[in-house]
Design a protein around this ligand. Structure first.
Ligand SMILES: Nc1ncnc2c1ncn2[C@@H]1O[C@H](COP(=O)(O)OP(=O)(O)O)[C@@H](O)[C@H]1O
Ligand SMILES: [Mg+2]
Length: 452
């Protein structure tokens, strides 16, 4: 609460209590007290509204006026800003995000004002081990078996950053398989909230009904930070199409396109060391060519006859990546795609040409780390030491990947390479990047080789 605020005590057992703030007063409910009480402190501030702004017309539930407007605004990406804006307008108009029931945590389909799904929102505090995860089994698991909750190689409760980080890596390399994902703040009554938050929200409504002249600078439920991913249309779980492809293989030129997309998925997962890439966590879109009439006089082996047959991969659910150490065995959290026949083919020339020039450039890799640092440090629990370890794992993955590409290896051979970490070690007392050096070592073994 700001120092200029004056405390007002409201007693709702006596509804006739007369309170007469100035007409332009703004009232805020304190949310600092943790005890559940129906009559929290009510602060009073004068003159914080901009002249001419009619805040009374704003909705009670989390209107854009009651938290940092700039939070969901991305100057470098007006399209994405517009998308999030659409979601906020929809929520203001009562079109609320809907929980995805097949998901393992609190994930929501977010809609636009036309009721069309436009995004997938995963609030930080509803993650598998977040404090407000709606799935009871997970909660019980955590309660009964705290020593084994989560994945020991991952920083708990930062899945939303991992989602956004995967998107960052994807667009930096130009893989184009992760639907754009960024961190935003949303509020909706369909999210899972603590009882106290709901009670406060009800109280605020009651206050506004009784004292229409009072306006809150922090109305309704608190906004939640989480990852917001673009919803991609027309895709199905990879499992579905992989089975169909087995029974009824698409024409070779489609399979070639699929192979290139698949290799990009491998590149992404390997770099971010995704520990959760089951075949339900990537999607495939395939516009199968229309059924040909019987005895059609066309050569089905001719790719031009299959125009329109397009295949695309979308890598979703990237919340369990960026470990700060390698899992003890790659078999503990395998890349499930490694068992697919597509993983047995050596990486293509196309993939090498896309990825190798970037990943063999140390400056590029450092830039990637710097951008991830900007993203990850916004979390309240950010720990510089752990972040450095995450980047050491990632650099090791990049090193193995570049080597595998140069050696014409296949994805299966890539995942069998020994896990490496590449740590930054500062030489001397200077903090200049110029003097950074890197040391490569195999996990659990002492350094044997210096790089740089
Ligand atoms: N960006 C997206 N576009 C389209 N569908 C999606 C997207 N993200 C998730 N889905 C759908 O929602 C389901 C659950 O999403 P997922 O990210 O796997 O959540 P969880 O972390 O709860 O497993 C997916 O299996 C998929 O069907
Ligand atoms: Mg999933």
């Amino acid at each position: 609460m700001s120092t200029e605020e004056t405390l007002l005590n409201l007693d709702f057992d006596k509804p006739n209590t007369i309170i007469s703030p100035p007409d332009d007063g703004v009232v805020s409910l304190s949310s600092s007290s943790e005890e559940i009480c129906l009559v929290p402190e009510v602060g009073f501030e004068g003159n914080v509204d901009s002249p001419g702004v009619n805040r009374e017309s704003q909705p009670l539930l989390g209107g854009r006026g009651d938290f940092e407007v700039s939070y969901n605004h991305f100057p470098d990406d007006p399209q994405f800003s517009e998308l999030v804006w659409q979601a906020e307008v929809a929520i203001d108009n009562g079109i609320f995000p809907e929980r995805i029931y097949q998901g393992s945590s609190g994930s929501y389909f977010v809609k636009n004002p036309g009721n069309k799904i436009i995004g997938v929102f995963k609030p930080k505090d509803e993650e598998p081990y977040g404090r407000l995860n709606p799935k009871w089994t997970k909660w019980m698991h955590k309660l009964c078996c705290p020593c084994c909750f989560g994945r020991s190689c991952l920083i708990p409760n930062q899945g939303y950053l991992s989602e956004a980080g995967a998107s960052l890596v994807d667009s930096k390399i130009g893989l184009k398989i992760v639907p754009k994902t960024r961190v935003v703040k949303l509020v909706s009554e369909t999210f899972n909230y603590l009882r106290i938050d709901r009670e406060r929200s009800r109280l605020k409504r009651a206050i506004t009904e009784q004292f229409p002249n009072l306006r809150f600078n922090r109305m309704g439920l608190p906004p939640k930070a989480g990852s917001f991913q673009l919803f991609v249309e027309g895709y199905k779980d990879a499992d579905y199409w992989l089975r169909r492809f087995e029974q009824d293989p698409p024409p070779p030129h489609v399979m070639k396109k699929f192979q290139l997309q698949f290799e990009r998925l491998v590149v992404l997962d390997y770099i971010i060391r995704n520990t959760d890439r089951g075949n339900d966590n990537w999607l495939i879109k395939y516009d199968a060519p229309a059924q040909q009439p019987p005895h059609a006089d066309i050569d089905l082996r001719d790719p031009s006859e299959w125009r329109g047959a397009e295949v695309r991969i979308a890598a979703i659910d990237n919340g369990l990546a960026f470990p700060f150490k390698h899992p003890d065995s790659w078999r503990a959290y395998p890349y499930h795609w490694a068992w697919l026949p597509h993983a047995k083919l050596p990486f293509s020339q196309d993939t090498k040409e896309l990825v190798l020039p970037l990943l063999s450039d140390m400056n590029f890799v450092q830039e990637l780390c710097d951008e991830l640092h900007i993203l990850f440090k916004q979390d309240k629990g950010f720990d510089k030491g752990l972040f450095e370890r995450q980047m050491s794992v990632m650099r090791g993955q990049v090193l193995n990947l570049t080597q595998a590409l140069k050696d014409n290896k296949s994805p299966v051979q890539l995942v069998q390479m020994p896990a490496v970490i590449v740590e930054r070690s500062k030489s001397g007392s200077t903090s200049s990047r110029f003097f950074d050096s890197f040391q490569q070592r195999f996990q659990h073994k002492s350094p044997f080789f210096s790089w740089w």
